[in-house]
Design a protein. Structure first.
Length: 184
């Protein structure tokens, strides 16, 4: 499993310090499952560097990225307020763009379109220490890393590493890339 680096969030990133508390990925996933069970989100899938750990070699990461489908309100603006209210009721702190859930910084990312919607809907069901969770499949992680709004050198490297993996369905990847007009 990936290594989480836990920081005390201060105003000066060069003087942030490691905390001594041990984060619990298992308890974090249980909490996210509770968020779904309580009806605050429709569905979720682990994305980002943590998703990579289910498909290729683990890499160190600072946080847990969670793609979420929120209830449709008819309002064109997306609000994470229900998630933040849920977190506050459970005494989880907000730090910058993260909610610290059981010691793990979690960033909830609302689905931003058809590609992310499909990535969430088709996520793989996995378990971590007996706790069920959903993980974006590599055939969707690659195009998510390569969409123009998210494309960075680091994400291109991650996409390339996934592409070399034996865990990838190349036909499915090609079909998704073509349908969503994403290229390397």
């Amino acid at each position: 499993m990936a290594i989480f680096r836990h920081f005390h969030f201060g105003s000066d990133p060069f003087h942030d310090t490691y905390t001594r508390g041990m984060a619990s990925f298992e308890k974090t996933i249980l909490a996210i499952n509770d968020l779904k069970a309580s009806g605050i989100i429709d569905q979720y899938a682990i994305a980002g560097a943590m998703a990579l750990t289910f498909w290729i070699e683990p890499i160190p990461t600072f946080d847990l990225d969670v793609l979420v489908m929120l209830h449709q309100s008819g309002n064109p603006l997306v609000s994470l307020e229900p998630i933040y209210r849920w977190a506050s009721e459970r005494h989880y702190e907000a730090q910058q763009e993260h909610l610290v859930i059981e010691g793990v910084p979690v960033q909830f990312l609302p689905s931003f379109g058809a590609l992310a919607d499909e990535a969430i809907r088709t996520a793989a069901d996995r378990q971590y220490l007996g706790v069920p969770l959903r993980v974006v499949r590599p055939e969707y992680l690659i195009p998510l890393y390569l969409v123009p709004t998210a494309r960075t050198a680091k994400r291109r490297e991650r996409a390339a590493a996934l592409l070399e993996s034996a865990n990838i369905d190349r036909d499915r990847l090609d079909e998704v890339m073509r349908r969503f007009n994403v290229t390397f």
